[in-house]
Design a protein around this ligand. Structure first.
Ligand code: AP5
Length: 218
């Protein structure tokens, strides 16, 4: 049986960190729109050039572009059993497009895991974040430091800061989240699939709660 899980929450809530753990636990692909866009920016593709403009401003990439990249990813064979979506959907239009795409495959969103984290904690996390240039693994100067400064534990790649982690851009991302994405959380709450987890705890504690939530999934 297939399983489709969404991980939601404000920027820096730990979506990537926890989506990765869920994907490992349930042997599902982790599909993160932010990672797909960063990869396109890195490779300087036409999509990357378009996405970069929005990402640098802390704005959402237009729905048509975002939906297309996710639908293309869902076509790949490893997504046939389901996916863990991280950072998608972020608007009603995206949520509706996802419903339609999954329904066409006789699937639906079973769980939307919502990581609730207050604004001050988010800004602290985002400003201390470092990402591996090669495998995109996330580190934090205080909460998840790499064993060797500036190097990825997983692959030895170089760690770099994101283009949208400057404080003023991070503030804008938070405002955009409140305006456009927070209402989508209510959409899943009303459908009875939302599972709220306190994301303002140490990573291991959040992970324990998140994995308990998805372990209950059939
Ligand atoms: P995206 O990459 O999705 O960014 P985001 O939503 O702003 O979220 P982050 O990646 O910043 O944080 P996260 O919640 O994944 O947390 P993480 O685990 O990394 O999107 C970037 C941009 O792409 C958007 O602004 C937009 O332009 C575009 N985009 C993406 N999706 C889109 C869509 N659907 N539609 C339109 N545009 C889209 O953790 C953050 C840091 O905190 C790390 O350093 C981590 O180690 C640390 N940390 C994690 N958990 C904890 C914890 N419990 N305690 C302490 N530290 C922690």
């Amino acid at each position: 049986m297939s399983m489709d899980i969404i991980v939601m929450g404000p920027p820096g809530a730990g979506k990537g960190t926890q989506a990765h753990a869920i994907a490992d636990a349930r042997t599902l692909p982790h599909v993160a729109t932010g990672d797909l866009f960063r990869d396109a920016v890195h490779r300087e593709t036409p999509l990357g050039q378009e996405a970069r403009v929005y990402m640098e401003r802390g704005e959402l990439v237009p729905d048509a572009v975002t939906v297309a990249i996710v639908l293309e990813r869902l076509e790949q064979s490893d997504a046939a059993r389901g996916v863990v979506l991280d950072g998608f959907p972020r608007t009603f239009a995206q949520a509706q497009a996802l419903d339609t795409a999954l329904a066409a495959r006789a699937r639906r969103v079973q769980h939307a895991v919502y990581l609730n984290v207050p604004r001050e904690a988010i800004l602290r996390r985002v400003s201390g974040r470092w990402l591996c240039d090669t495998c995109q693994a996330a580190y934090h100067t205080l909460y998840r430091p790499p064993s060797v400064a500036g190097r990825c534990d997983a692959c030895g790649g170089v760690l770099a800061q994101r283009i949208d982690d400057r404080r003023e851009t991070a503030e804008r991302r938070l405002d955009v989240y409140l305006e456009q994405t927070a209402p989508v959380i209510d959409y899943y709450r009303q459908r009875g699939v939302l599972r709220e987890v306190n994301g303002d705890q140490p990573i291991a504690d959040v992970q324990r709660e998140v994995l308990a939530v998805v372990a209950a999934l059939r």
